[in-house]
Design a protein around this ligand. Structure first.
Ligand SMILES: Cc1cc2nc3c(=O)[nH]c(=O)nc-3n(C[C@H](O)[C@H](O)[C@H](O)COP(=O)(O)O)c2cc1C
Length: 440
């Protein structure tokens, strides 16, 4: 009998009080205090919980701004915790790595405002510290507030992606500037490094220059695993060229299927084995002991999202002030260029159009991630059905409260998926890439 292809599962996190749900910090089941979300213990607990559930990775999104896009003021973002505040997630990876042994540890770091040498060095160091479990989500920042914080102008999408491509090339050359066996540490003959096994890179590109070599030895994965999350043609091309995994948001399984096929075709066209990049679709599990309890939980959660908070987070993600539009206007029929990028998210699952306000509220609830609502058996069914339609490789889970919703998934749904042969019962490798490549 052919073996069932197993899913890959990652846990979405933010080093802050809200993730995809603006209700998270105020949800009665959230165990979040003014202090604990800034401290390592919460994230160490989450990492240990997800490792118990044999997840591929924990993964942090990240932004470097507080948005004033909605109404031109910081007030809604600050008041409703619209992905603000956000502390830097990268230092947490070391804390989480110290109390776990297998789970992958991923974080987002934008290439838009740094030099490749610094990020190549940082990620090689993290890969060492986590013994080969590092993953870097390579993003190009879209919001003007982020560019302003670095004293820059926001660049057009195509330029940002051309720079990102060259950025990754420089990083890869720097990681390759050390051979695996360069460090000999021969005490008797006073040779720490065999100098023939370390090279300059002399990189001179259109945007970056670097002489090299890196001053970090080759790390267990030779640099981190690379993640990507872009939807434009250039974003998809970058992901298909370099990524070990992609985080994608597709509310409808049919659209997810088209996205999945497009990326895998791009990989084949570029000479890559399509199984070497896993596409993880975001979803928000809402688990109940009965269907009725799960639905009630969904209603309670969704009602805790303030409409203005939703409008503020969507405005930030589009980098377009939605207060300029009538709230009852039909979103999908708007012509503004900034609004075209997320067009597939402006309709209900039934295909009916949504108003600007409805889309804003929906965005505040889950940023467009589909909510899978039901008993553990029912949610496992929904995951199976989504995979069957989308052809995807797995899921990025986003909790509605923290850390309880993460614990519930591990305790109630993982055993159900394992019972069905759809998810690993043991890790077979030790690095982030090992987990992503473990398919059965
Ligand atoms: C699912 C998803 C997650 C993203 N996460 C982040 C993030 O954490 N930080 C960030 O600065 N940008 C993030 N981005 C933004 C992308 O890196 C990119 O700038 C943006 O999507 C515009 O490019 P595109 O038109 O190719 O999608 C994310 C995008 C997507 C689609």
């Amino acid at each position: 009998m052919p073996k069932t292809k197993k899913m890959h599962i990652a846990q979405f996190l933010v080093h802050g009080p809200t993730y995809h749900s603006l209700a998270m910090w105020r949800h009665p089941k959230s165990d979040m205090t003014k202090e604990n979300w800034t401290q390592p213990e919460l994230y160490q607990h989450i990492a240990k919980t997800c490792e118990r559930g044999k997840f591929d990775m924990v993964f942090f999104a990240d932004l470097n701004y507080i948005s004033d896009t909605f109404r031109g003021t910081l007030e809604p973002a600050l008041r409703y915790a619209v992905q603000a505040p956000e502390h830097d997630p990268v230092p947490l990876l070391s804390y989480m790595g110290a109390v776990t042994s297998h789970i992958g540890l991923g974080a987002t770091l934008s290439v838009s405002h740094h030099h490749p040498f610094y990020l190549a060095r940082l990620w090689a160091t993290i890969d060492h510290l986590t013994r080969g479990r590092a993953a870097w989500n390579v993003v190009t920042s879209v919001n003007h507030n982020q560019a302003s914080n670095y004293g820059a102008e926001r660049e057009p999408t195509d330029t940002r992606y051309e720079k990102a491509d060259e950025f990754i090339q420089v990083c890869r050359e720097l990681w390759n500037s050390w051979d695996e066996d360069a460090v000999v540490m021969d005490r008797e003959n006073a040779v720490f490094v065999d100098a023939d096994k370390v090279r300059r890179i002399e990189f001179e590109g259109q945007f970056y220059k670097s002489r090299g070599p890196l001053n970090v030895t080759r790390s267990p994965q030779n640099g981190p695993a690379l993640l990507q999350a872009g939807t434009s043609p250039k974003g998809r091309a970058l992901a298909a060229k370099y990524a070990d995994a992609i985080f994608a948001i597709q509310p409808r399984a049919e659209d997810a299927g088209a996205y999945f096929s497009d990326i895998k075709q791009r990989m084949r066209d570029g000479g890559r084995d399509p199984d070497t990049c896993k596409i993880l679709f975001g979803m928000q599990p809402i688990i109940g002991e009965s269907e009725a309890e799960a639905q009630e939980k969904q209603e309670i959660h969704n009602s805790l999202v303030p409409a203005d908070g939703g409008m503020a987070i969507l405005s930030a993600h589009l980098d377009f002030d939605l207060s300029k539009l009538p709230p009852d206007a039909e979103m999908a029929s708007r012509e503004e260029p900034e609004l075209q990028r997320m067009k597939t998210r402006y309709r209900k699952a039934s295909g009916e159009p949504m108003t600007v306000r409805e889309v804003g509220v929906r965005h505040g609830q889950s940023v467009g991630l589909p909510q899978f609502v039901g008993t553990p058996t029912n949610i496992a069914d929904q995951m199976e059905a989504y995979m069957a339609t989308a052809g995807g490789d797995g899921f990025m889970l986003s909790p509605i409260y923290c850390p309880g919703a993460i614990e519930e998934f591990v305790n109630l749904i993982v055993p159900e998926l394992q019972r069905r042969g759809l998810f690993r019962t043991e890790y077979t490798g030790t690095t982030q890439r090992d987990h992503l490549l473990q398919d059965d």
